[in-house]
Design a protein around this ligand. Structure first.
Ligand code: 6PG
Length: 474
């Protein structure tokens, strides 16, 4: 019997499309799903696209794989993943590979990798971005795990990934949970990017009284410049869409409560643990949470707002574009800082330029701008922050006046722009010669004898605030 090059278990949309992508690239693909109907459906509908080896149970699925076996698990992240992994591991041998292509929490991936390593099985936690279309036509793939497993898997993943200038959007990320971590931060950045775009829309609509159709045109124009990206492109599409039933702009008939599956929240939780200020991502997560509190929003509708509600000047459009670009640079810089911190914490040795490279295509945050990020990290792999790279520093310098005007206009007309405002605050805080953190240290020492360091001497000190106020080494 002919054996499969690789297998996919879990044939919901993402798994099915990934299996088809593999088959279309000439790989013989073993396919399995808990309910056999889906497997049969896949083979009946798409069997002509390549070689599929359907299996009705995991035992025959594993038996149909070439050695070393490569099995991709595409089930919803959570306890279900553990069950499938455990069953596969029972059926596999040392040297085989289990690839988790779901959005798993990186700490779960670390745990699973360690457990399977004991058995000699490679566990490859892999970020896959690009939605259903990406899975089928070329996603961005972020695999973690052992280098050895990448030798056997990498060529296949690079083959089916999106390509930009002939370069695949897939590369080895790092050991154990590194791949899922990078995917998580990708999603966090996705949240920040979406929030910033949403603020631009809201502000322009409110300030200029522009219609969604007019705003679609503005986003379309923006997409021809430095903001060119998938998210800007689809924003124009969504804004131009008209609801068939009511004839109203689609955006006006959608309930304004943003949902989330959790990866943005995980990014912020991890950033808190790592001590990395990902303010753009955090504001985006909180903005979604706030939108989901209709009772409070209804109660607050009576609160006082400003007298002015708009601006007449069309130059505001360009100001908002600049504010969006500058805030986006900050959000990406923060996301990359989080990757840097985790890479150090967990010994992953992640190449940031390579991550920017594989995000250039296939994934949700794909953008022209990522090529600039790649160049920045390639030119200086130890760059302290993306903001100081020459290209980005110049872009921020050019944008900052407009950015400040946008944030102050938004405040004066009462349009919330947490993304723009916090990004500007971050930019200004980072630039500051002295921060009020010195005062906070004084307060901490006053009420809790928490001690402080001085600018002119080594060591920790405490002032006897309740006594003679003399300073003593701590
Ligand atoms: C991707 C996306 C995807 C994610 C959705 C949902 O990279 O293809 O990030 O993995 O599932 O974007 O995210 P929320 O439901 O949390 O908005």
């Amino acid at each position: 019997m002919d054996l499969a090059d690789i297998g996919v278990t879990g044939l919901a949309t993402m798994g099915r499309n990934l299996a088809r992508n593999l088959a279309r690239h000439g790989y013989a693909v073993a396919v399995h799903n808990r309910t056999a109907g889906r497997t049969e459906e896949l083979v009946a509908q798409f069997g002509g696209e390549g070689t599929f080896l359907p299996a009705t149970d995991l035992k025959s699925f594993v038996a149909s794989l070439k050695r070393p076996r490569r099995a991709i698990v595409m089930v919803k992240a959570g306890p279900g993943t553990d069950a499938v992994i455990d069953q596969l591991a029972e059926l596999m041998e040392p040297g085989d590979m289990i690839v988790d292509g779901g959005n798993a929490l990186f700490t779960d991936t670390r745990r699973r990798e360690a457990a399977l390593r004991e058995k000699g099985i490679h566990f490859v936690g892999t970020g896959i971005s690009g939605g259903e279309e990406g899975a089928l036509h070329g996603p961005s793939i972020m695999p973690g795990g052992s280098r050895e497993s990448y030798e056997a898997l990498g060529p296949i993943l690079e083959d089916i990934a999106a390509k930009v200038d002939g370069v695949p959007c897939a590369t080895y990320v790092g050991p154990d949970g590194a791949g899922h971590f990078v995917k998580m931060v990708h999603n966090g950045i996705e949240y920040a990017d979406m929030q910033l775009i949403a603020e631009s829309y809201d502000l322009l609509r409110q300030a200029l009284g522009a219609t969604p159709a007019e705003l679609a045109e503005i986003f379309r124009e923006w997409n021809a410049g430095e903001l060119e990206s998938y998210l800007i492109e689809i924003t124009a599409e969504v804004l131009a869409h008209v609801d068939a039933e009511t004839g109203k702009p689609f955006v006006d008939v959608v309930l304004d409560q943003a949902e989330q599956k959790g990866t943005g929240r995980w990014t912020v939780q991890s950033a808190l643990d790592l001590g990395v200020p990902v303010t753009g991502i955090a504001e985006a997560v909180f903005a979604r949470s706030l939108s989901g509190h209709p009772e409070q929003r209804a109660a607050a509708r009576a609160l006082a707002g400003p007298a002015v509600s708009g601006v007449a000047d069309r130059s505001f459009v360009e100001d908002v574009r600049q504010a969006l670009y500058a805030s986006k640079i900050v959000a990406y810089a923060q996301g990359f800082d989080q990757i840097t911190a985790a890479s150090q914490e967990f010994g992953w040795d992640i190449d940031r330029g390579a991550m920017a490279t594989i995000w250039r295509g296939g994934c949700i945050i794909r953008a022209r701008f990522l090529d600039r990020i790649r160049q920045a990290f390639d030119a200086d792999p130890s760059l302290a922050t993306l903001l100081v790279d020459r290209y980005f520093a110049d872009a921020l310098a050019l944008a900052q006046d407009a950015w400040r005007r946008v944030v102050s206009t938004a405040a004066s007309i009462g349009v919330p722009t947490p993304g723009f405002s916090s990004a500007l605050a971050y930019y200004d805080a980072l630039r500051r010669d002295r921060l009020p953190a010195a005062l906070i240290q004084g307060q901490r020492d006053f009420f809790g004898a928490h001690t402080y360091r001085r600018v002119d001497r080594e060591g920790a000190f405490h002032t006897d605030w309740s006594g003679d106020r003399a300073e003593r080494p701590a």
